[in-house]
Design a protein around this ligand. Structure first.
Ligand SMILES: Nc1ncnc2c1ncn2[C@@H]1O[C@H](COP(=O)(O)OP(=O)(O)OP(=O)(O)O)[C@@H](O)[C@H]1O
Ligand SMILES: [Mg+2]
Length: 352
């Protein structure tokens, strides 16, 4: 099912938690709602579910206006951070419960519950109670319980944040697998950019209730709409050099070297931020164009990273593991075409 939001807005007294947001979520996709704490993610999700009335704007499920429908009538499945399973019921009874409420006969509801227990790989624990399950297992039961009603839309609000680091990574893949297996359009809230990028087809990145970019996940990384997006997505974070446009190139504050950027012409002396992904440096002492000082070289798993400074501004880039200049020495780099962006210093607007 396709979801369309039209000028969706939610006000709480003087806070605009979601501000004039319009977008379409294609059927069958997994969409991550991403952004820092307080940016309006849960508010968005709660308006989608019908728990929270909108201040203005409309919500459509396919072509049906559901804005004024109750949560039950919208047929959504909800999973929250605390799974809220029924402690006195077994796994099978928990999953079957929404069908019991709908008065589905016992044999049929148990058969359906078993089908979804299998989908989330919890079928070996059907007779256990929630207290006898790990966090990840409980979370899978909660997802099966949300899916058993055959919802038109699955809504997950930070469903992994109570799990330890290793389990979170495993459960990301599980959720992706389960979502693809069920084919239900899914909206997944998280404030963790790595979680969002590893799980979703599309990401909506928000800041203070305002949509910053809605795009295929890799485009947020490779084609960010503004400085906030470029900075929020990517680890290690994108490098940011402050400076201005001078003599047909970028000159960092405190430095004299002109960094040429292909296909870019902007007005002289404009204040800009040159943002460089850590993999967009090519360090080469013969062919490099810009000289920097080496501060540190370190290993992060399989990757080798080097911290350098240009005037007093720090930069961090990936290097070839066999490249080993001495600390304190000067080295030279040039820039790749991809992963190099220029933003207006004041507005964060993308110039290149
Ligand atoms: N019931 C409420 N009454 C007043 N203000 C609220 C209410 N619910 C949310 N807000 C405000 O709306 C804004 C968005 O809140 P929301 O819970 O949607 O953020 P979030 O992105 O889910 O954050 P988090 O990552 O911390 O869960 C915040 O400024 C919050 O304080
Ligand atoms: Mg929230």
């Amino acid at each position: 099912m396709k979801v369309t939001l039209e000028h969706l807005t939610k006000r709480f007294d003087d806070v605009i938690a979601v501000n004039d947001l319009s977008e379409t979520f294609e059927s069958g996709k997994l969409i991550a709602l991403l952004g820092p704490s307080g940016c309006g993610k849960s508010t968005m999700l709660n308006m989608l579910s019908g728990i929270l009335p909108v201040s203005s704007g409309r919500i459509y499920f396919d072509d049906v206006d559901v804005t004024d429908l109750t949560p039950e009538k919208r047929e959504v499945g909800l999973v929250f951070q605390n799974y809220a399973l029924y402690p006195h019921m077994t796994v099978l009874q928990n999953i079957a419960f929404p069908l019991k409420i709908r008065k589905v006969p016992k044999a049929e509801r148990n058969a359906r519950a078993l089908e979804f227990a299998r989908m989330v790989h919890i079928e070996d624990y059907l007779d256990r109670h929630p207290a006898e399950l790990s966090g990840g297992q409980q979370q899978r039961v909660a997802i099966a319980r949300a899916l058993v009603k055959d919802p038109k839309l699955l809504l997950l609000d930070e469903p992994l944040s109570n799990l330890d680091a290793k389990l979170r990574v495993e459960m990301r893949e599980e959720i992706r697998r389960i979502q693809k297996a069920s084919g239900v359009t899914t909206v997944f809230v998280t404030h963790d950019q790595e979680e969002a990028t590893s799980i979703s087809d599309y990401i909506m990145l928000m800041k203070l209730g305002v949509k910053q970019q809605f795009d295929a996940t890799r485009n947020l990384y490779g084609d960010p709409a503004n400085l906030f997006v470029a900075d929020f997505i990517g680890s290690p974070a994108i490098n940011q050099l402050k400076g201005c446009w001078h003599d047909g190139g970028f000159v960092a504050d405190g430095d004299k070297q002109v960094i040429r950027i292909s296909n870019l012409k902007i007005e002289e002396d404009r204040r800009v931020i040159l943002a460089i992904r850590p993999e967009s440096f090519v360090f080469d002492d013969n062919k490099g164009e810009t000289t920097v000082k080496v501060n540190e070289i370190y290993q992060a798993g399989k990757d080798t990273l080097m911290n350098v400074s240009l005037a007093d501004q720090p930069l961090r880039g990936y290097i070839d593991p066999y490249y080993n200049p001495s600390i304190g020495s000067e080295v030279r780099f040039s820039l790749r075409d991809k992963g190099v962006f220029v933003f207006d210093e004041k507005t964060g607007e993308r110039i290149r």
